[in-house]
Design a protein around this ligand. Structure first.
Ligand code: C2E
Ligand code: CA
Ligand code: CA
Length: 569
């Protein structure tokens, strides 16, 4: 309790003190009685305790109370008092507002009071009670914004309005990207400051008629009645703009972009719970698809989301059971000139516990997002090297290409693991190629460069996969030392008819050769494509259905390894 000189009770308050004390013992509400003329206030002990006021008898209640009010409620509070003191048009006071309690949290208060005027019309006395409005009506303690319960009310109100006026609208849920990292790098206190700052920034850009709500964790909510797809797009662009730059708080730098999930009502739901669930699903999809974007809910995407959740659980079980359900298929790679089998690319396959085969395009992004690619990637490397060793006994120098994800390289022990396994299987490192896809978003080029360098110094080859499909093909070539470039099927598909693609492939192969990089062309399906690539482009290695589809170990041995020279299909 704060210190203040003991204030004596005025006569009128002394007269009622007996009743007042009795009431405080029988009520959970906060009670107060004010002698206006003498400016003395009598307060119940719970009010003093919960708001850390200096005593149950106070001289300057207003001076203690008003600073505790939430800034947004100051005006309404002043207005209610003016109705009585200045305009004198009522004797009653009834108001809901937010007050900061002794923990520094804003709580919603419902205050009611009755004024007794003396003969001259001035106010002699007033008394009343205040009650906490419970959890449902509390303001968010960090940002002071209305909380999820009020968000729910607002959505329900919007749905009611829709039923009466046929005007639909949108619900938008915003989540800070990488907020966990801010919390982990610094501390929760700074995390709270960030939330508060972002809340302020968002409120600034929000159209006046919209309200920002604070939902659980790092999420905010907006109800936007009458919104069109363009309105939502515009709003989200403004949201992105206000957090576009790295910011500093207490001398600490942080950068938090925002993702959004939007759902339109009544199209995608006519009930709060359904709409909220769909908005959260859309937000999750926006985050999974790379963050810093708004995803508008659609049934089709929702089904995809539900499937991927189920798949994530199944994958987790597979990984926990020693990569059960995973297998490797091998696709032959041939020397362009001689059509001789020179190696294979190991391609991952996965069968769900229910026995359904899932395409790598579907399950690999999940493995990457959950970092399960790290144990699975090790399993892949181990299996592929084991098979490579076996096949080298039949075809010395047989090369094995292994796909790796950026997530795996980021793990420092991966380097040692590969080195260790190469020695364990007694392989010549030059027969192992690690493929990294070009569309990988690289956050640290220097690091990647160092890792590539270390692998190459061990004698392991590095291939840039899917060359030409990302945003920065040439940047990759310039920044990263590599041994092989794999030109994507996208450039081969029209090679026979499309002059541009033909030239592009031709120049890329030449560029590679000029800096001693081997050019492998992927996805060759037809003989005329092959002829052009070999005769005109001088490609080094060919991989594609023309020579063979990915096959299991026994099939590969049967179909390709035995003959050595592969026939075109
Ligand atoms: P990728 O590394 O570009 O692999 C080549 C893909 O092209 C394979 O698809 C292969 O079956 C397909 N392909 C090969 N020849 C032809 C052709 O002539 N025509 C056509 N239309 N397609 C052809 P797959 O097996 O579905 O693999 C898809 C992707 O999944 C791979 O693309 C790779 O990025 C990823 N992946 C596969 N295995 C692994 C793995 O063990 N680790 C990681 N990180 N990624 C993997
Ligand atoms: Ca590959
Ligand atoms: Ca590829």
């Amino acid at each position: 309790m704060q210190q203040e000189k003991r204030t004596p009770l005025s006569p009128i308050l002394r007269r009622i003190k007996f009743y007042f004390d009795l009431l405080t013992k029988t009520s959970e509400s906060y009670l107060y009685a004010v002698d206006i003329q003498n400016k003395v206030v009598l307060l119940s002990p719970n009010l003093v305790a919960d708001f850390d006021l200096p005593g149950t008898v106070l001289k300057d209640m207003d001076g203690w109370w008003r600073p505790l009010l939430h800034p947004e409620d100051q005006a309404a509070y002043a207005d209610a008092l003016d109705d009585i003191f200045v305009r004198k048009d009522t004797d009653n006071y009834d108001l809901e507002y937010r007050v900061k309690n002794r923990h520094g949290d804003y709580v919603w208060i419902h205050g009611r009071g009755r004024f007794l005027r003396n003969e001259a019309g001035g106010i002699a006395f007033f008394a009343g009670w205040m009650s906490r409005m419970g959890r449902r009506n509390q303001a968010d303690s960090v940002t002071g914004l209305l909380n999820k319960y009020q968000f729910e009310q607002a959505v329900k109100l919007a749905l009611q309005t829709y039923r009466q006026t046929d005007t639909g609208g949108a619900l938008m849920v915003l989540g800070l990207d990488n907020f966990k990292i801010v919390n982990e790098t610094y501390n929760r206190f700074l995390g709270d400051q960030v939330l508060k700052t972002v809340a302020g920034q968002l409120e600034n850009i929000l159209p006046a008629e919209l309200t920002l709500y604070k939902l659980d964790g790092d999420e905010f909510g907006i109800v936007y009645p009458g919104a069109s797809a363009e309105d939502v797009g515009q709003l989200f662009m403004n949201v992105q703009k206000c957090v576009a730059r790295p910011q500093t708080l207490d001398g600490k730098m942080y950068f938090c972009t925002i993702s959004g999930g939007t759902v339109f009502y009544p199209q995608s739901g006519k009930d709060y719970l359904v709409l909220h669930k769909h908005a959260e699903a859309a937000l999750d999809l926006a985050k999974r698809d790379g963050k810093n974007q708004n995803c508008v809910f659609s049934r089709e995407q929702y089904n995809r989301w539900v499937r991927s959740l189920a798949m994530r659980d199944d994958l987790k079980r597979s990984v926990e059971n020693g990569c059960e359900g995973f297998s490797l298929f091998y696709q032959p790679q041939v020397c362009a000139k001689t059509q001789r089998l020179i190696g294979a690319e190991a391609l991952l396959r996965w069968k769900t516990p229910k026995g359904r085969m899932v395409a790598p395009m579907e399950f690999i992004p999940i493995l990457e997002a959950t970092k399960m690619i790290i144990p699975v990637g090790r399993w892949v490397a181990e299996e592929a090297m084991k098979v490579c060793r076996k096949w080298q006994q039949q075809l010395p120098g047989f090369r094995m290409s292994i796909n790796i994800s950026y997530e795996q390289i980021k793990e420092l022990e991966f380097q040692t693991f590969i080195h260790d396994r190469i020695i364990h299987y007694g392989l010549n490192p030059a027969t192992i190629t690690l493929e990294l896809t070009e569309s990988t978003v690289v956050s640290d080029w220097t690091f990647l460069n160092q890792q590539f360098d270390l692998f190459r110094r061990q004698g392991v080859n590095i291939a840039i996969d899917d060359f030409g499909t990302g945003y920065s093909s040439l940047a990759y070539l310039k920044n990263l030392p590599c041994d092989v470039v794999k030109i994507d099927r996208a450039f081969v598909r029209d090679i026979v008819h499309n002059e541009f693609d033909r030239r592009l492939v031709d120049y890329t192969v030449r560029l590679c050769h000029s800096v001693n990089i081997e050019a492998c062309i992927e996805g060759v399906e037809r003989a005329d494509e092959y002829d052009f690539l070999v005769q005109e482009c001088k490609a080094d290695v060919i991989q594609g259905y023309l020579f063979g589809r990915p096959a299991s170990v026994p099939d590969f041995e049967e179909q390709f390894l035995r003959s050595g020279i592969l026939e075109r299909k």
